[in-house]
Design a protein around this ligand. Sequence first.
Ligand code: RB9
Length: 326
Amino acid sequence: NFGTVETIPEAFDREYLSPVQIGTPPQTVNLNFDTGSADLWVNTNETPENQQNGQVEYNPTLSSTAKKMEGATWDITYGDGSASSGIVYTDVVSIGGVTVQSQAVESAQQVSSSFQADAASSGLLGLAYGTINTVQPVQQKTFFENAMNDLASPLFTVNLMKQAAGSYDFGYINASEYTGEIQYTPVDNSRGFWGFNPSGFQVGNSSFNASSWYAIADTGTSLLLLPSGMVDIYWSAVSGAKFDALQGGYTFPCNTTLPSFTFGVEEYRGVIPGHFMNYAAITKTTCFGGIQSSDALGFSIFGDVALKAQFVVFDGGDNTLGWANK
Ligand SMILES: O=C(CNCCc1c[nH]c2ccccc12)Nc1scc(-c2ccccc2)c1C(=O)NCc1ccccc1
């Protein structure tokens, strides 16, 4: 089978939320689909009231198919320091008509401040490899891994849009969502991510700089995080741009016209329009750049700033990533 679900951007395209049905009768919660992590966790009746801000909850006690996974716990910390933890149920989970009968649903008994403040999001749905799922003592599979063998094709596609509704498709490739040919490239999943090797970059209409490095395709990270050498070259082309240690990155005058950023995947060239690189206004006149350094991480992250300019195929069958412009 196959299915499709819409994904809606929050302010600044900071994150994208999609409706997910959990339990019997189905309870719908909006989750942040995250190809950079592998835990499906959600606010529930067990999440302390003082750690919530109106989020819609999943309540396993109201689901006839919910089963507590005795002795199982989970605990996750993301690179930005945000964290959550709790216990585990299994229940029926459906996304866009694709159903997994027994999916590990991780109930949050603790969520850190950035999640507490995020009133629209009821949690995350991990789409990275299950090898980085945090459930103990028995690691759990992601929704996609559980659904994969029943899908028409063992893949899902990501079509994020700038400040508009996009979609996650499961089990099929919708040719109307992209232009040109899809360039496939092998995935390095040794760290549990959808890792790949870009082949170079280009700022605006300048020449292409061939270079090979390791990066991950991560819908759960807002920005495009690249080696500082590339980031410095990009922002040196923007008059008034500067590295602002207080803000923790490059800022620039909001009224500046930004150059596009092109990345290579083998012979393919992915183009990110200049205006996608304006992440958010800090003041009336100063804006925060969408392309920032990944040096502190040790690897690059193609987050939403990059992904919303592309149509991306996450193929779990042959472990490849497919890239296309749109
Ligand atoms: O964790 C994910 C994807 N899920 C994010 C869920 C999430 C984490 N706060 C959230 C807040 C709201 C919604 C979702 C999330 N991706 C990866 S791989 C390596 C790093 C990393 C490792 C070390 C240092 C930095 C990053 C991250 C990372 O922390 N990204 C988030 C981020 C990256 C940079 C800045 C901010 C956040």
